[in-house]
Design a protein around this ligand. Structure first.
Ligand code: SAH
Length: 284
């Protein structure tokens, strides 16, 4: 009991110090174009930083933080001895701030979307974490997919709506391209919802924290490029039956008969894979 009270007191002092410091200090001016909404609640920041813990087993496991901003998550990640942290930040003002306050941080100034991850992590596995810039969250996930065999875990905060989309099961309105492409390779957990008033400035949307863990799939057993094309083409006309939306990809209707009258949201990941397998020979 005594111990817990001490922990709470220390935490409260930290929160007060953090608020005072970030209020007094030359703060980074939030820029809309960079999706900057700085988290001001240390409790939430700590919870997000801990989302990666259950997946990392090694000590000094390489982790990349995308968009550290003023370092609210970074401070907890740096304290974690199981993590070897690298961060990438696009905003020059944030970079100057981080260099001053976290000189020990291995920081890259640049755009995550343009970053060659093979340069940063020449071999082995690495995790990805962040309170992500919401304007590019889908693109971040597409990039994670490109490195799926090297990224066993990706967790962090995104718009609630995107979180619902990627975690959605078939049959739901939110089920779409990102759900299928990500769930083919990752198990996705919707961890918790975050209110807009813990940010400065508050975003217009609600937020949520998710965790993607690489599943055991080694290959799709079908052409991966065709799989992506099938998923994207089907969902681009999501109200249509597959017979119509995929007609350019179907050369022999008899082979895919059971799929023809379905709509994309009715198909599980496995069914999309099977459908692709059936379409494959038709491509040659
Ligand atoms: N993690 C911080 C900031 C979140 S706001 C916090 O929780 O308070 C998103 C951050 O991503 C901003 O700092 C923004 O400058 C940065 N950012 C935006 N686009 C980026 C990109 N393409 N690559 C790297 N960082 C980016």
């Amino acid at each position: 009991m005594e111990k817990r009270r001490k922990g709470t007191t220390i935490f409260l002092i930290n929160q007060i110090l953090w608020t005072t410091i970030t209020n007094k200090m030359q703060k980074v001016r939030a820029k809309k174009s960079l999706g900057q909404h700085f988290l001001k609640d240390l409790g939430v920041a700590q919870k997000i930083a801990e989302t990666i813990n259950p997946v990392i087993t090694d000590t000094r496991f390489p982790v990349l933080e995308i968009g550290p901003g003023m370092g609210v998550l970074t401070q907890f990640l740096l304290q974690n001895p199981a993590i070897s942290l690298t961060a990438i930040e696009l905003d020059r003002e944030s970079v100057a701030y981080l260099k001053e306050w976290y000189p020990e941080l291995n920081l890259i100034e640049g755009d995550f979307l343009k970053l060659d991850l093979n340069n940063v992590f020449p071999s082995g596995q690495f995790g990805v974490i962040g309170n992500y810039p919401y304007n590019i969250s889908s693109q971040i996930f597409f990039k994670v997919l490109e490195y799926k065999d090297r990224i066993p875990v990706c967790s962090g905060m995104i718009q609630k709506e995107v979180a619902e989309r990627i975690a959605s099961k078939p049959g739901k309105k939110a089920y779409g391209i990102l759900s299928v492409l990500l769930q083919a390779w990752y198990d996705i957990e919707y961890l918790f919802t975050v209110d807009e008033n813990v940010f400065n400035p508050p975003p217009k949307v609600k937020s949520a924290v998710v965790r993607l863990r690489r599943n055991s799939r080694q290959s799709l057993g079908c052409d991966e490029r065709l799989f992506k094309t099938v998923v994207k083409t089907a969902f681009n006309q999501r109200r249509k039956q597959l017979r119509n939306s995929l007609h350019e990809l179907i050369s022999d209707e008899a082979k895919v008969e059971s799929y023809l009258t379905k709509r994309p949201e009715q198909l599980s990941v496995e069914e999309f894979i099977n459908l692709t397998k059936l379409l494959e020979p038709c491509q040659n």
